[in-house]
Design a protein around this ligand. Structure first.
Ligand code: IVH
Length: 670
């Protein structure tokens, strides 16, 4: 195909897949296949820069940071909305405004009130022209370059029948996951944490350098319009939303059309119950008259429309007093300050503790015992102290001293150069670290010992029944003792022992992860298990050899070596390995050397339909093949799925044998 046509094809295909992923929430291809298409487009555009257009999917990040934000006057002001504590009151006003009876069955579009930043997007003939913040409602700031980095924001509308000019209103927000991710990284780097997702979204959108915006990923939900110039237009809000969706504009999946006060109330209650399970923060519900014609009849009062109302949920922030600051010791010895609070109800849940993350963060917020603080909780995130209410500080308060000794074992506290975290130097003899190690070992993603939760682990330690993970397998003889423990009973004790026995079935990858070596997460553990095949081989491997397994960097390799060189660990692991009937000595799939694929290099391209890319890779590797990312003369087979990328061309040029998916299945025998 001519490069010009291929570029066009790739852009359409990328826009389509972007839409499937972000708007429909139903991706048709893997991330890897998407990346391959993206890279192919980048390569083609690099050789033909004259064909790059501003709405190409590769052009989401402009070249240079801006000097400042230009002001934009909104063509129609961006209004605010009245807040009602009682939906019935809103409905009564609407009915009255329309000259209807109070019991009129008016339809409302009900949507979550997203806690983000209001924006206006201007599309002309389907092309994104500019994006502005709300500002004071009359004048906002031009954040086009920043907003273009939002992956779900279409640079060009899909489909057809677009208005000549369309101003879409919506909310830019940071998902709870992106918020947590950002803060985890900020913690590691010792940078300032984001206070809440809304501030995160506002801060990200106001980065002068759009590349920074991209690193704090944002999302968008569209929920209304400003000025529209169009030949035809829907008559109802929900139809308008359907148009938005068809045009590729992301809309909130939780929206519904409800009838009357009862419908509004039921929506409100249901959404509130699901609030913690949503991937983003909401602070209430917005109800809007669904019929656009009725909206015109209702008009505006002051600076708000008569046809919309916000009903807020209870706040997720509250004020309370710090009674004390406790220092917790984690599995890796990290000391974490935790504020002990006068109990306070936040968003319907009683909060008694809030994390202060680390001593640096605690000092930055200057949290002291006796302070009045704002705490916040959202979703299943650990409650945290947002800020100190300084006006209420007692003049005698003093900053909290960073401990010099571990509060549990009394071991000296160590501060590692370049690390923010302060650690207990007691290492493997610190009871806190031992307890945490057992909790991690038993956890769901590790050995998954059902019923062995935090409380029970602490009880077993306190009763002297266990001192480390190996002791768990010696509990078999202690049924009576277990059954006599507080809140246990015979049945629970039996279940616990059965769960411990069942954990003998876990494979090497899980076992390795369960040991809790620092820097060895699930992926690294799986990679080590696959590469070495047995625990013995891993324990004997040098740092250099360890790095031979994919996904194992020098730091992780050093940690693994250090872990298995430590005499206490050697003794505990030695005991675990002497246990009988366990599956954790060897990897689940033993790498073969006697198969025709042994030592053969295979490359995968395109989308596979019967197997995922990971499964295909695992199956091939299990048979001894090497799966490589690029085609070379040494490649024996190229497996081409659907929509293969440039690798197919390379393979043909080099005369590499190309197989389709059926060929792959024949190779791996399944
Ligand atoms: S509709 C005429 N729908 O809440 C204004 N607003 O004061 C109609 N917001 O900053 C607003 N989610 O950006 C509407 N689903 C939603 C919303 C929503 C969040 C924001 C809006 C504005 C504030 C309302």
């Amino acid at each position: 195909m001519e490069p010009f046509n291929r570029i066009k094809e790739l852009r359409d295909s990328l826009n389509h897949h972007n839409y499937c992923y972000h708007v429909l929430d139903a991706p048709e291809i893997s991330d890897m296949a998407y990346d391959a298409l993206f890279r192919e487009l980048e390569t083609l555009e690099a050789s033909h820069p004259e064909w790059i257009t501003s709405d190409s999917p590769t052009q989401r990040v402009g070249a240079a940071p801006l000097a400042g934000f230009a002001k934009i006057t909104h063509r129609l002001p961006m209004l605010s909305i009245v807040t009602d504590t009682d939906v019935a009151e809103f409905h009564r006003r609407v009915a009255e405004g329309l000259g209807l009876e109070v019991d009129a069955e008016i339809q409302y579009a009900a949507e979550p009130k997203i806690d983000g930043v209001a924006v206006s997007l201007l599309y002309q003939e389907g092309r994104l022209i500019r994006v502005a913040t709300r500002g004071d409602g009359r004048e906002g700031e031009d954040v086009t370059a920043q907003a273009r980095t939002i992956a779900s924001l279409p640079l060009r509308l899909l489909g057809e029948g677009h208005p000549q000019s369309l101003e879409v209103r919506g909310e830019v927000f940071m998902s709870l996951a992106a918020f947590a991710d950002y803060n985890v990284r900020a913690l590691e780097r010792g940078e300032k944490l984001l206070v809440n997702p809304r501030n995160g979204a506002a801060g990200s959108l106001r980065q002068l350098d759009p590349r920074m915006t991209r690193q704090r990923p944002l999302k968008l939900y569209c929920h209304g319009v400003g000025e529209v110039v169009a030949d035809t237009w829907p008559r109802q809000h929900n139809e308008m939303m359907a148009c938005f969706k068809a045009w590729g504009l992301p809309i909130c999946q939780e929206a519904e059309v409800v009838t009357g006060v009862a419908g509004c109330l039921s929506y409100y209650r249901q959404l509130e119950a699901r609030r913690d399970g949503l991937a983003y923060e909401i602070d209430g519900v917005v109800f809007k008259v669904n019929e656009l014609g009725l909206r015109e009849r209702l008009g505006f009062v002051a600076r708000a429309p008569r046809w919309a109302s916000a009903c807020k949920f209870p706040s997720r922030e509250a004020e309370t007093v710090v009674e004390g600051i406790d220092v917790q010791v984690g599995r890796t010895g990290a000391l974490t300050p935790v504020a002990r609070l006068v109990p306070v109800v936040v968003g319907g849940v009683t909060v008694t503790n809030a994390t202060l993350h680390n001593f640096e963060e605690m000092a930055r917020k200057d949290v002291r015992v006796g302070d009045t603080v704002r705490v916040r909780r959202a979703g299943d995130v650990i409650p945290e102290v947002v800020e100190v209410v300084l006006e209420q500080r007692n003049s005698e308060s003093r900053p909290f001293d960073v401990p010099t000794r571990c509060p549990v074992c009394g071991g000296e506290v160590r501060r590692v150069e370049g690390e923010i975290v302060v650690r207990c130097g007691g290492e493997f003899s610190c009871p806190a670290q031992q307890r945490e190690a057992v909790k991690h070992f038993a956890s769901r993603r590790a050995m998954n010992i059902e019923g062995l939760g935090e409380k029970l682990v602490e009880l077993l330690f306190a009763e002297g029944l266990i001192a480390n993970v190996a002791d768990l397998y010696g509990l078999r003889g202690s049924l009576e003792k277990l059954a006599s423990l507080e809140r246990m009973g015979e049945k629970s004790a039996e279940n616990l022992l059965a769960a411990i026995e069942a954990s003998r079935e876990r494979d090497l990858a899980r076992f390795l992860f369960a040991l809790g070596v620092r820097e060895v997460g699930e992926a690294t553990a799986a990679s080590l298990a696959r590469h070495f095949g047995s625990i013995g081989a891993i324990m004997e491997a040098s740092e250099v050899e360890l790095q031979g397994a994919g996904d194992v960097g020098p730091v992780a390799a050093r940690r693994v070596r250090a872990f298995f060189s430590e005499p206490r660990n050697q003794s505990v692991v030695g005991r675990l390995l002497r246990e009988e009937n366990t599956h954790w000595h060897r990897a689940a799939t033993v790498v073969r050397t006697d198969h025709p694929l042994a030592g053969v290099t295979v490359v995968l391209t395109g989308t596979l339909t019967t197997l995922s890319r990971q499964e295909a890779k695992a199956r091939l590797e299990g048979l001894g093949a090497k799966v490589s990312g690029s085609v070379s003369k040494r490649t024996r087979y190229l497996i081409a799925g659907e929509a293969p990328g440039s690798k197919l061309v390379q393979a043909r040029e080099l005369g590499v044998e190309v197989l389709d998916e059926a060929g792959l299945m024949a190779l791996v025998g399944g």
